[in-house]
Design a protein around this ligand. Structure first.
Ligand code: TRP
Length: 332
């Protein structure tokens, strides 16, 4: 099997507009991969249910992610884009996999342990606010991964353990019932952690230092002008590698443009205000067209629904086949 024969799968939880760090670290590579690989890409709305209990919010965020992926140029021939909850087979596979998943595995999940630790630190009951959706989250994610015969699962570092669990569960299953599932492999975006936010720390919602991917142009500019810099004067020579402005720029520019910008830092004579303007122009030139397409799609939710319905149909064909295989193995 050549590398391009491998099936790529990933889910994106609909919890709000991604930021530039998500774009550079995860979305852009996913979209590029969709040009060469059969890809299953779904909006993991069922996974959002353990935290978001407002249907209109789930629907809104689901549309945002779908529109965003299409606007960024996801290859819709190779990529099956769908809503996780549209495939009834997923609830069934989830239930079946419950019976082969060791409880101890769930106890070891980082996300569950972090939730318990937070409770303990706050002096609450260890299980306060923890629902079964959160506790069994990795089983549903395993169902996602195994359902579509995935080989490669690109995820953020925080999700690596979940993909390993999927692999473990597939192995238990195959050992118990005979060879039924392929063993998936996590692929961790290598530079996800390196995209700085407005304050120079890693761009992250929890640091409140993000630049939203499709912020309107005026907001994009405002955010960029607010990037924190040191107190060097315009005339001073500057080290580009120490500058958040340059660190962001290089992800949106060609190597030649990047080298030229680095040279301007080193030479001195460019103030941070000017550097920010150049950064804004650069990011804006890359994002203006997809942003307009995103806005167009968001104004036409029927069009998004049609794309998702077509994706669901393709996904369902695979899910139907997998579920039949699993039921045969488990139930005879
Ligand atoms: N849990 C993932 C996240 O929070 C989203 C997700 C759900 C997913 N199912 C998946 C990712 C299957 C990869 C494969 O980011």
């Amino acid at each position: 099997m050549s590398n391009t024969d491998k099936i790529v799968l990933t889910g994106i939880k609909p919890t709000g507009m991604p930021h530039l760090g998500n774009y550079v670290g995860a979305l852009k590579p996913l979209i590029e991969r969709s040009n060469t690989h059969k890809t299953f890409m779904f909006i993991a709305d069922l996974h959002a249910l353990n935290t978001i209990h407002d249907a209109s919010q789930i629907r809104q965020h689901t549309h945002e992610i779908a529109a965003l992926l299409v606007a960024l140029g996801l290859n819709l021939e190779n990529a099956v884009l769908f809503r996780q909850s549209d495939i009834d087979e997923i609830y069934q596979l989830n239930t079946l996999l419950m019976n082969i998943t060791p409880k101890g595995l769930m106890n070891r999940a980082h996300s569950y342990k972090a939730a318990m630790d937070k409770n303990t630190a706050a002096g609450l009951d260890v299980d306060a606010g923890i629902n079964m959706g959160l506790y069994t989250y990795p089983i549903l994610m395993t169902a996602d991964i195994l359902m579509y015969n995935s080989d490669i699962v690109p995820v953020g570092a925080d999700q690596k353990q979940h993909v390993e669990f999927a692999r473990d569960i597939a192995e238990y299953f195959n050992r118990t019932y005979g060879n039924t599932f392929k063993l998936p492999e996590p692929v961790i975006g290598s530079d996800t952690g390196l995209i700085p936010g407005l304050d120079g720390r890693k761009m992250s919602k929890s640091y409140d230092n993000i630049i939203p991917l499709f912020a309107p142009e005026s907001e994009l500019k405002k955010k960029i002008m607010r990037i924190i810099t040191d107190s060097k004067l315009p005339a001073d020579k500057k080290d580009p590698d120490e500058s958040t402005i340059y660190q962001l720029y290089k992800h949106f520019a060609t190597p030649e443009q990047t080298e030229k910008f680095a040279e301007m830092f080193r030479a001195g004579g460019m103030g941070y205000g000017d550097a920010k303007k150049i950064l804004f122009e650069q990011i804006n030139s890359v994002l203006a067209t997809p942003r307009a397409e995103y806005e167009r799609l968001m104004a036409n939710p029927d069009e998004i629904d049609k794309i998702l319905a077509a994706g669901a149909e393709r996904a369902r064909a695979v899910a139907h086949e997998t579920l039949a295989r699993v039921k045969r193995a488990m139930l005879g």
